[in-house]
Design a binder for this molecule. Structure first.
Ligand SMILES: [Zn+2]
Length: 306
């Protein structure tokens, strides 16, 4: 029996068993439901080729996409006090933080990197939505201040890319204090006369949309991104009215003057480079040309000097 069970059966099983297929080869579009092959989706920068839906992009990939040759240096952010209020809901906030750190391999929800864009220096602070919904606590505030100061120090443009549900509830009032803190941070960049551009990605809501995210010299949004303060359902229930089609979407905000440009992901880098260049090297509003001096005797309506 042993020969049969130990030798023949495994051989037969190996013959019958189908080759294992990884189950993550296909991604489903969140808007049109199309199944898209993962390589095709990555090549399209996680934009659905059927309906143009912009799926969330991991932070590292986004930075790679924006900097020249995909090269950048990350800076280490100051380590503040974790869980200052010793907050606990169903779980300890400290445990939640550690879980998020293990899951993402990051310290908190913002990543600051610097490098070149179109040969010009740039600092990018990008939110990681996978880290507790990109929520803004003291560490994120610290990150934004570090990014702003680095931009001033290097005389480079500052680009902030929020992807956030808003305040970090577990930090209570300290989380809300990051709103004025982040505004002061980006003001330092503006006072230094350097470009400050925001790229609003899905979602930009709550305290983030109510502070630095709406203060860019230029506000860009990705197509279809949800941008707003309170959720649509809360507003509907409060005002007891049906909200218009496309409410709180990037295109709606552009049409109503809250956002300057809605830029597809594939055009984002070139658009940013063009804008930084325009903001850094402003040209005179009109070209100054020297008019030919009219021959003596002819005045052509000009006031004669005599
Ligand atoms: Zn789609």
């Amino acid at each position: 029996m042993s020969w049969l069970t130990n030798f023949v059966r495994p051989k037969l099983q190996a013959l019958v068993r189908r080759a294992e297929v990884p189950d993550n080869l296909w991604d489903k579009c969140g808007q049109c439901g199309q199944m898209i092959f993962h390589r095709e989706l990555e090549a399209a920068l996680r934009v659905c080729s059927h309906c143009g839906y912009h799926m969330r992009l991991p932070v590292a990939r986004r930075l790679e996409l924006l900097f020249d040759e995909g090269k950048y240096q990350r800076i280490e952010l100051p380590k503040g006090e974790a869980d200052p209020l010793k907050f606990r809901d169903r779980k300890r906030y400290g445990d939640r933080l550690r879980e998020a750190q293990t899951k993402t391999g990051e310290q908190d929800a913002v990543i600051v990197a610097h490098g070149a864009m179109g040969g010009m220096p740039a600092v990018i602070a990008a939110f990681n939505f996978d880290f507790m919904g990109g929520s803004m606590g003291a560490a994120v505030g610290d990150g934004l201040i570090a990014a702003a100061r680095l931009a001033v120090l290097q005389e480079s443009a500052l680009i902030v890319i929020p992807a956030s549900g808003g305040a970090r509830m577990q930090e209570g009032i300290i989380s809300l204090m990051q709103m004025p803190r982040s505004i002061i941070a980006v003001d330092e960049v503006k006072e230094a006369g350097l470009p400050y551009i925001v790229v609003l990605t899905d979602p930009t809501t709550g305290g983030v949309s109510a502070s630095f995210a709406m203060l860019g010299d230029i506000a860009i949004a990705e197509p279809g991104a949800v941008i707003g303060f309170a959720g649509a359902r809360v507003i509907e229930e409060t005002i007891r009215e049906k909200l218009p089609e496309g409410f709180q979407r990037a295109e709606y905000l552009r049409d109503h003057g809250m956002v300057d440009l809605v830029v597809p992901r594939a055009e984002l880098r070139d658009t940013l480079i063009r804008l930084i260049d325009l903001l850094r090297h402003p040209t005179p509003p009109a070209e100054v040309v020297n008019l030919p001096v009219p021959p003596a005797g002819e005045t052509h309506g000009q006031i004669s000097a005599s």
